[in-house]
Design a protein around this ligand. Structure first.
Ligand code: G6P
Length: 590
């Protein structure tokens, strides 16, 4: 999603600081980037289609102590110089993250008054609107404009006549950090400089007027608000490749650490009794999330069903928000979100909570929107995840969900199971021979199908998402038993079927499916922790033997292996796995 940055500091290097912030925030979108600087009552803007790094030399030459910046994930209007933010009009320059739903009607109204948009974006109208409401008081104009906008928006605004910048939050995040006497605003904490440990999180409906001297908070009616800063231990939240070529490689290496840290944090601070009673007092449990978070919910469903002995449903949040089942006070929603800001997940949870449901949030971002709606928050301790494709956060989500599901039993024993599994991950992800062989096969394929049964099927769904996100190879996941009901028609020498066989009770059934693929000329490869399957299939095709663990925890190992395969496939095909085309992290719009 788009990222916004704002800076106010007494030096003249605001543009450089904003540029560096945009580099740290680029995972939120990389279609275009731009910076505006305010100096001596004059606003100067540079903006270009493409990556943030194109602004480096221009930013170096822009002098001034106040600046705003933007990195874009295009929603309205193609990636282009004109559609790039900041958008300027009259005395104002504006950057926006979110979607303005009433932009068309505002555009028409402003055009009648002679104010014309030149871009195709929904965002430009904000600059025109603020200007139309301006009569010498920038804050009043921004507040009046904010009250007229519908949709979601995080804004940073410059005005020629205001020695600072104005930040606004409505359903899209803004954090403001203090460092060395300067103030730095950004969509996400990792974009703040590492020294910014005192961080303010704007609430929905907040306006912050940020000057050299401090921050004043208001609501949209300009009533003063009090906001406390939080001390954020930044070690975990700084964006740093740590010597790796890509964040994705580094973050996969952090899978095991994430599981351990999540388990330790859970034992240290989770209220297992309270979580256990939320589980037992509910009649119905709905797990929800988007993308990888939803996929971790698929696996978690089995954890909760086996622990509680009753059915649990998993719903995609973008569906759930519009088509919720009947809920009541005995409904428990378990919402999973790495960022805690995904618009569909936040809205779905909001709606169900209004219907009376209790909410447990499982998130990697402790100060995010979802934490403000939940009754209980269970942290995932992945640290900053910068690669757009989620890897270590998936592992942390699985760990947190497993522990929640065990809150009615022996949580310590469950945590020990997790740390035992985590110990096995490094040997899996450092198995270069198998990872190279599998990724070579993927890279040569027109399409890749991931197949498994039970929890292996759930792991296959995530493996398929990972491969398609970063390599752009078509892939899909099926329960092995479904192969013959349709997908087999697609099997030929150009397709690869990757089987995950870690559930001993259905291993034999999967062997038959493998043979069905082979005898129709399809290519296949297998990951398995079942020795008989490895022995039998090793005669015909590549087999990656995984360490033996409890079948329900096997997805931790198959997922780690297939994250690495997806990464290597992307690199072989010359893709940038950290910034897949058309995608963004933290999808804060619908
Ligand atoms: C985007 C990201 C995915 C992520 C999904 C949900 O699609 O690219 O990696 O799984 O959003 O994000 P969340 O922050 O809610 O987990």
């Amino acid at each position: 999603m788009c990222g916004i940055v704002g800076y106010a500091g007494r030096g003249k290097c605001a543009a450089k600081c904003v540029y560096e912030g945009l580099l740290r925030l680029e995972y939120r979108g990389y279609d275009s980037a731009g910076i505006s600087v305010l100096d001596g009552g004059k606003i100067t803007t540079v903006k270009r289609s493409g990556r943030v790094c194109q602004l480096e030399s221009a930013a170096g030459g822009m002098s001034g102590g106040i600046a705003i910046g933007h990195t874009r994930w295009a929603t309205h209007g193609a990636p282009s110089d004109t559609n790039a933010h900041p958008h300027n009009y009259g005395a104002f320059s504006v950057v926006h993250n979110g979607i303005i739903e009433n932009y068309a009607e505002l555009k028409e109204e402003l055009a009648e008054g002679g104010r014309l948009c030149i871009s195709e974006t929904d965002s430009e109208v904000i600059a025109l609107l603020i200007d139309s409401l301006y009569s010498g008081d920038a804050l009043a104009a921004v507040a009046a404009a904010a009250a007229r906008l519908k949709g979601s928006f995080a804004l940073a605004v410059l005005c020629r006549d205001f020695e600072g910048f104005i930040a606004v939050r409505h359903k899209s995040p803004v954090a403001i950090g203090e460092c060395d006497g300067a103030f730095f605003a950004a969509s996400d904490v990792p974009a703040l400089p590492a020294e910014a440990e005192n961080v303010y999180f704007l609430e929905d409906g907040d306006i912050a007027a940020v000057t050299y001297d401090g921050i004043a908070f208001y609501d949209f009616g300009l009533n003063a608000q009090r906001r406390e800063s939080c001390r954020i231990p930044r070690g975990q939240f700084t964006a740093d490749k740590g010597g790796y070529v890509h964040y994705m490689a580094k973050e996969i290496e952090e899978d095991a650490r994430t599981i351990r840290d999540t388990a330790e944090a859970f034992l240290r601070s989770a209220d297992a009794d309270a979580l256990g009673s939320l589980l037992t007092s509910s009649d119905e449990i709905i797990i929800t999330g988007c993308g990888t978070a939803y996929n971790s919910g698929l696996i978690a469903r089995r954890y909760f069903e086996s622990a509680l002995g009753r059915p649990v449903t998993v719903e995609i949040a973008s569906e759930l928000r519009y088509y919720p089942p009947p809920v009541g006070k005995n409904t428990l929603v378990i919402a999973i979100s790495q960022s805690g800001e995904t618009a569909d997940t936040v809205e779905a949870v909001h709606k169900l909570r209004e219907g009376g449901a209790s909410v447990i949030a499982v998130t990697n971002c402790g100060y995010s929107a979802i934490t403000r709606i939940a009754h209980a928050v269970v942290p995932v301790c992945a640290g900053a995840e910068i690669c757009v494709a989620a890897t270590k956060s998936y592992m942390g989500q699985l760990a947190a969900l497993y522990l929640i599901s065990r809150c009615t039993g022996d949580v310590r024993a469950a945590a020990k199971e997790l740390t035992d599994v985590a110990e096995k991950i490094p040997s899996v992800i450092s198995d270069d021979a198998n990872a190279d062989c599998f990724s070579d096969m993927c890279a040569e394929s027109f399409a890749v199908f991931f197949l498994g049964r039970g929890a292996d099927y759930d792991a296959a769904v995530e493996a398929s998402l990972k491969l398609k996100e970063v390599s752009y190879i078509f892939s899909d996941a099926y329960p092995s038993g479904e192969l013959k009901h349709g997908t087999l028609a697609l099997v030929d020498e150009s397709t690869l079927s990757v089987f995950i066989i870690c559930q001993p009770e259905t291993a034999n059934k999967c062997l038959s499916a493998v043979h069905e693929v082979l005898c129709r000329g399809g290519r296949a490869a297998v990951l398995t922790s079942v020795p008989e399957a490895a022995e039998e299939l090793g005669k015909y095709l590549p087999v990656w033997k995984l360490p033996k663990v409890s079948p329900r925890l096997a997805p931790f190992l198959s997922a780690a292996a297939l994250q690495r395969v997806a990464y290597l496939t992307a690199v072989r095909l010359g893709r940038n796995p950290d910034k897949p085309r058309n995608l963004a992290k933290s999808v804060t719009v619908e």
